[in-house]
Design a protein around this ligand. Structure first.
Ligand code: ZN
Ligand code: ZN
Length: 272
């Protein structure tokens, strides 16, 4: 399985997943014109995408969903609460999925996992390749790491996770107090420190690669987020590739490094 971020942050989010001949978009927080341009930059035609998963209805994740349905007829999947919150959704091409239940789209199997965030029914997304068993976890916006998410994201090969803000920069930055509280609160966004704490728990042998998502342009820098996560992953001793996804350009593929592929293959062989 390979993953690209098409852009990540408060101005828009979209992640492309690919396994075998199946391509699925997780979130469509850009208008179709921008999605098409970013997809073209990684050599993907929109018509080759089978479906989109929407993690929650905030505009930076769902802005392009309805327009993409019109333009490319992509079916949309998400929690019932998320789908209800998307204006102009083509309900004939929308499937509500209960968090915790698995569903397949081509060669990919998905499970949505409820997360604490200030949307109607926000979710993270666990994706498994049906052929290799490669497991990718995508956790975009969340205020705290819940026990349910910890459990669901055990033994991932690839993790794409929010690392939104540096706590000191947020406290000393230009956001008014109510907004600082919202961002730092239990239904806001993960700080570099919170993400690092979770990464420390997850440094089992399976985890091969990490990409940091949704970095604040006001209250964070890629250098701070990367340093915090790198330390959690074992500092310079860790050979795990670590990335910070940019807001305005595609990045990836993640999960495609020779080490990651070899390891996934090996695990599969052992499982047989
Ligand atoms: Zn967001
Ligand atoms: Zn959000």
């Amino acid at each position: 399985m390979r993953a690209w971020t098409l852009g990540s942050g408060s101005r828009g989010n979209a992640i492309l997943l690919e396994s075998e001949d199946t391509r699925v978009l997780v979130d469509a927080g850009y208008p179709p014109r921008t999605l098409a341009r970013r997809l073209a930059a990684i050599g993907v035609v929109p018509q080759s995408i089978a479906a989109m998963i929407v993690t929650h209805e905030h505009v930076d994740h769902a802005r392009g969903v309805s327009a993409a349905q019109v333009k490319w007829q992509w079916p949309a999947y998400g929690s019932a609460g998320t789908l209800r919150g998307i204006a102009g959704l083509d309900e004939a091409r929308a499937t509500a999925v209960a968090p915790g239940t698995s569903f397949a789209i081509g060669a990919l199997e998905f499970t949505l996992v409820r997360v604490p965030h200030d949307a109607t029914a926000p979710t993270a997304c666990l994706v498994t390749s049906s052929r290799t068993g490669f497991r990718t976890g995508i956790a975009h916006d969340l205020g705290v790491v819940s026990d349910g998410l910890r459990l669901a994201f055990a033994a991932l090969d690839l993790l794409l996770v929010e690392s939104n803000h540096d706590e000191e920069m947020l406290r000393g930055g230009p956001y008014p107090p109510f907004l600082q509280e919202r961002v730092a609160g239990r239904t806001g966004h993960l700080s570099n420190r919170q993400t690092a704490a979770w990464l420390r728990e997850m440094t089992g042998p399976a985890l091969r690669e990490v990409a940091l998502l949704h970095l604040s342009e006001t209250n964070n820098t890629p250098a701070l987020a990367l340093a915090s996560a790198r330390a959690a992953l074992g500092g310079g001793r860790s050979a795990r590739p670590l990335h910070a996804a940019p807001q305005d350009a595609p990045a990836g593929p993640f999960g495609a490094t020779p080490g990651a592929r070899g390891a996934a293959g090996q695990q599969f062989a052992l499982a047989l």
